[in-house]
Design a protein around this ligand. Structure first.
Ligand code: PLP
Length: 394
């Protein structure tokens, strides 16, 4: 399969054609799953020089290479390398440990994934790296938070609970003038809908556990970096010794092949459900940057080419017990963490317990919904019954 000019094709095509070597695979469409630690060298001289495309299981195999080539083709021409790690959280920890050192300072958006904060407040603090949290809507105003030792800015667009949309372009312009790296948790949109490396981001991470895997059956993380940041990330991965199991790499590659059709459905169904919910009398507000009324809509429209299926709603004031009754009534919306699979999910959440730079006061109970690929008519009927139970329990 010739993928020598992948950037001339559309993203949907690159996802299908990249990382395939039909001849080496004896005609089969997909690469085999290489289970392996030891790689044998033909001669002592080859061994001394670590010569060969593959040198040791932890450092990669034909299976990981196929995945890396395909994700690189999706990220675009700015991408200098893709690192594979065992979970989304390890993508965050590995990245931060790769680019920071004792005495450094990092700026972190107040709406990031909570375990990212725990890593900064726990491990980075222990190694003498200081974190300052900032308002997701800060834009170019972030300039005043920079210090002499600020080395990196961590953003998530939109934040995966509260859905504020930081202006990454404005933040990146300031960060680069200050010689700091911009790190983006791009799990929500994936590079299919947000080419973050083209927009000033130096390192774009994903919990591939979510949409890349797409079936709620793997834990997996990716770190894509530009030419400036890739040597640091590659060294960090090597020093820390992180890698992923070959079966999970294979499932992640398989997920990538159909990412475009799955995300297109999540986009359509998610927006449909968001609009329907915005019209419901039980709902005070829908937090979805794809809605014209959302404060993040202009930035979403400028920087993103689609939305995934995850968003939140603020209910009109109701006792938590009544909300729990609603959740217990739902049949199609399961209750559980993670998202990005084929199935719909609903969980209550509260950012108040951990946000520090901004106040979280939504004015009512909040639910985060993941819209899967079920029929939206059935999903609406399920929520209809849930809302009826909510009202009956008030
Ligand atoms: C789930 C998630 C992670 C962590 O991914 P795991 O694979 O569960 O470790 C990181 N960032 C975001 C935005 C997530 O939603």
């Amino acid at each position: 399969m010739d993928s020598s000019h992948p950037q001339e094709q559309h993203a949907e095509t690159r996802l299908v054609t990249s990382g395939r070597d039909t001849k080496a695979q004896k005609g089969f469409v997909n690469p085999p799953v290489f289970h392996g630690s030891t790689v044998l060298y033909p001669t002592a001289e080859d061994l001394h020089a670590h010569r060969g495309e593959f040198t040791y299981g932890r450092h990669g195999s034909p299976t990981t290479k196929a995945f890396q080539e395909t994700l690189m083709a999706l990220e675009g021409p700015q991408c200098a390398g893709v690192g594979i790690v065992p979970s989304g959280l390890s993508a965050i920890s590995t990245t931060l440990l790769s680019v920071l050192k004792t005495g450094d300072h990092i700026l972190v958006c107040d709406n990031v994934y909570r375990p990212s904060r725990n890593f900064c407040n726990g491990m980075l603090a222990r190694y003498g790296i200081e974190t300052t949290y900032f308002d997701p809507m800060i834009g170019a105003g972030i300039d005043k938070l920079f210090r002499q030792n600020t080395r990196a800015v961590l953003v998530e667009a939109p934040g995966s609970q509260s859905f504020e949309m930081p202006d990454i372009r404005a933040i990146a312009e300031v960060a680069h003038a200050r010689d700091a790296l911009v790190i983006d948790d791009n799990t929500w949109a994936t590079p299919l809908y947000h080419r973050s490396l083209d927009q000033g981001v130096d390192i774009s991470m994903q919990a591939a556990t979510k949409y890349i895997g797409g079936h709620s059956d793997i834990m997996f993380g990716t770190i894509s970096a530009n030419a400036k940041a890739w040597p640091m990330v590659a060294e960090g991965i090597r020093l820390l010794g992180v890698c992923a199991g070959p079966d999970d790499v294979f499932l992640a590659l398989r997920g990538l092949r159909t990412l475009s059709v799955r995300l297109a459905q999540h986009h359509r169904s998610g927006l449909d459900m968001a609009r329907w919910l915005a019209g419901r009398p039980e709902v005070a507000r829908v937090l979805h940057p794809g809605l014209e009324t959302d404060p993040g809509h202009a930035i979403w429209k400028r920087d993103f080419t689609g939305a995934s299926g995850l968003f939140s709603i603020v209910l009109k004031p109701a006792p938590q017990k009544a909300v729990d009754t609603m959740l217990n009534t739902l049949k199609l919306f399961g209750m559980g963490f993670s998202w990005g699979g084929f199935e719909s999910l609903a969980i209550p959440f509260d950012c108040d317990g951990y946000r520090t730079a901004t106040k979280w006061a939504p004015g009512g109970p909040t639910l985060r919904l993941h819209i899967g690929v079920e029929s939206v008519e059935d999903l609406k009927a399920d929520l209809d019954r849930g809302f009826a139970a909510l009202k009956a329990a008030m």
